[in-house]
Structure formats: C-alpha cells, structure tokens
Design a protein around this ligand. Sequence first.
Ligand code: MSP
Length: 499
Amino acid sequence: MGSFYITTPIYYPNAPPHIGHAYTTVFADTIARYHRLIGDEVFFMTGTDEHGLKLQRAAEKMGISPEELVDKMAEKYKWYWSLLDISYDHFIRTTHDYHERVVKYAMNKLYQDGLIYKASYAGWYCVSCEKFYSPGEYIEVDGKPYCPIHRKPLEWLEEETYYFKLSEFEDFMKDVLRNRRIVYPESYAQEILGKIEKDGLHDVSIARPKERVWWGIEVPFDPDYTVYVWFDALLNYLSGIGYLEDMDKFHKYWPEVHHVIGKDILWFHTAVWFSILKALDVPLPKKLLVHAFLINRGLKIGKSAGNVIAIEDLIDRYQDSSGVRYILMRLFNMAKDIEVTTELFDSIYNSELADTYGNLVRRVGVLVKKKLEGTAEGEEIDEELEKPLRETLRIYREAMDEYDVSKALTAIMDLLRRANAYINEKRPWEKQDPSKELYTLLETIKYSTIMLYPAIPRAAQKTADALGYKITNPYQEPPSTQKKYEVKQALILFKKIKV
Ligand code: MSP
C-alpha cells in the first residue's frame, strides 16, 4: 500500500478530444484503476491547457471570448471523459487561480535566482504546437518552412522576450538522461540525450508580448508580457497536487508522480520540465511514461491532418466505454505507432470481447441457471485451470507493473480461451452434477473479470453483479476465496458486430 500519482497531459481545448487523446487518457485511467485495485491511494489528474495563442485565435475565429470558449470546452472534455468512464480525482484548468499563483511564484523565483533575462528573439513558430522550430527540425514545402507534425506553414516571429536559462542545465540533463531511469521506455531518453549531445541545450523564450498574445498569465515582473503557454502548462502537475497551498498533500503524492505523455511532447517533458523542477528545487518525477501515436494512413491522427476519429462514433459502434477502452488498451504501444482501421478494431472486439470473454460469461451463466438452479458451490478449483489461473495472475501483475497493459490483456484472453476449451472438453451440460466444473469456471471468470476491471470497468462491474461477486484486490493475503456463487443473470455482455 502506498500513494500513487498519475497525470495525463492537459489538452488544448480548442477542439473536443478525439481518439488520440482518448488513447492517453484511457491508459492513465487503466493504470490508476489498477493501483486502486491493489490498494494504493491514488490521485489521478487530467485537465485542460487553456492559455496561449492557439486558444486566443480559436476563440477569435468563433467570434467569442477565450473565457467563453474554454469554459464551454472544459465541460465538453469532462463529458467525453465521463462517456469513457475516466475516474480522474481532479480536473485541472490552467485558468484556475491556484494554478496562476503557482505560475507567478515560479516566474518570480526563477527571475530572482537570475535564471530569467530579457533579450530579443527571432525564429519560426508553429502555433498548433505552440513551439519554435530551429533549422533542421522543420521540414520544407516549396522552399518554405513547415511544421513536421502539423504539416502547416510556420510563422516568422521577431520580438523582445524573456528567456529561461535552460543552457545552465545541460550537464544536469545529460546526467539525468544517462543515469536515472525516469523516462520509459528508455529509448526515448536516448533520443533526447542524442539531441542534447548534438545541438546542446539552448535558452528558451518563456514570455510573449501582451499586444500579440494577451490571453495568458501576466508575467509578474513585467505587465507587458504573458507567460509562454508551455511554461504555464507544465506547472499544472505541481499546482494540481497542492504545491504551495497544501504541502502535506503535495509531499504525499509528488514522490510517486507518473506523467503519461505522447512522444510529440517529449522534449518539453524532459529538457524543459526537468530543468524547471531543478530550478525550483523540486525532485524530478518518478516516471515519465511515453507512448507512440495512433496513425491513420501513415499520419498521426489529429485535427490538423483531418483524419480524426470521433469518440462518440466509437462508443456507438462498440456498445459503451468498455469496447472502446478494451480496443485502445489492447493495441496500446509505447514504442510503435499503431495504424487504426475499423477492420482491426472490429476483429479485436469480436474475437476477444464477444467470442471469448462475453461468450464464456454467457455460457457459464446459462449452465449454472439450468443445471444448478443458479447456485454453484465449491471448495477448490479444478487443477486444470488452477495453474493457468495462478500463472495469469502473476503475468498480469508483472505486466501492469511495467505499464504493459496490452500484454496484461493478452494474458487474460489466453486464460479465457483455455476456460472456453475446458467447457468444450468437460461438457458440463451432459453431467448430472457439474458443480465442480461450473464452480471452477466461475472462479476463473471472477479473477479474469477483476484483472480486466481497470481496462473495462463498466463491463467488469456488470459481470460481477450478474454472477454475484465483488471486484476486490486479487492479491490480498489470505486470498478472498468465494465458496458460493448465486448467479442472477446469464448476461450477453457484448453483441457481435456483423462484418
Ligand atoms: N497542451 C499540450 C500538453 C501540455 S501538458 C503540460 C498538448 N495538448 S494536446 O491537446 O495537443 O494533446 C497532446 C497529447 O494528446 C499527446 O501528447 C498525446 O498524449 C495525445 N495525442 C493526440 N493525438 C494523438 C495520436 N494521434 N496518437 C496518440 N496520442 C495522441 O500537447
């Protein structure tokens, strides 16, 4: 038992979330739920990144104020996350005053410590990324610089700004990336280390002239400037856990913080974030969990590429949150981009959720009702399934502790396939008293359902209610064995999709 703090990136609320944002958020939720299940005290945070030029322009385009836009969109995000059963403990918005206070405090501290100075800046900027690109980083289309991620023209900017002395942290960053296992998978640490070794670490602009970007937190020592949106946003991880306001809470959770991010924002979450933390005398995060992209026809799914898949369409197609969450987590990959197709989604849903898990739950439910009048009792489970069950519990825990959700789910499916084969072999419908077999199957379903719970809480809870057991820590000692099952209903959990 311990504390566990997990965060998602805070999303730009210029548009509703799509499948790419769901990918990150469902993953973080699954890990959060797993930790609650095994008894940890969890604080899970997501939210919205509401300042900056991107939001300012989006509001302008719609003819409304940024406040109106972000208020409306924050609600929308919450609505989408409720559709997907995201169990966040706190939804942070960077327009909250407790957050602004932390940002101002951090700006002042760095300024007083001589880590911020004023100078002019010139460079190419991508408003969608809210980021400057240097030569070599951007791509060229018709001889013009374009954003490599959004494939949109970059904008030339030249202005007086405030810099954060990131260059002072070069040795520190190299040491962290070489010797501390924070970034996971490790290959992402190597990527950033390689970049720093090649290009060095340069100071970054952390302010914008108000006349151009007025929608932001005012720089506390110069009212003509607003704070750069990334500097503002990263600090949410501190402000959201009570930094400055509730230091007990902060000290309880901060040492256990796990940031989940996509690889597009790796630079900010390593070079920039770790240096800011060092400058503030705050320990570095415990883990930075980085994942690859969902892609469609080779391109990262996103608003700019115009290949967005809507969350509500997925929910409609795969029944409710469970189908969508399962598919996303089954495909979840930290190292490799995953090409998304309806065929792939349908086949995972049909073969694993409908034909394997759903089918087993249905068959066992029907048999217990029919052959045992709804009550199955037993002392121990048949050794044919006992060993695989114990082995699966072990693999599951190991995989989940390494954030390998996909491996954990695959292991459960293997077990459930064996359980389906066990029914076919034992033919309990032909037996006078198939108590032993059905009890064995119920125990197997129970543990499988508990292991599935973090990924598919809604379907898992439904199954538990129908078959008469509780979702509890599967690793508690002594194990909470159940001797008697009163089956209420033979459920059809997942309707198959006709392809
Ligand atoms: N506001 C910043 C983050 C600040 S965190 C201090 C931001 N927001 S975002 O709305 O653009 O969301 C980016 C995140 O969404 C990515 O890091 C990733 O986690 C997720 N994804 C968006 N599209 C994605 C895919 N196509 N595939 C996988 N994840 C994707 O950046």
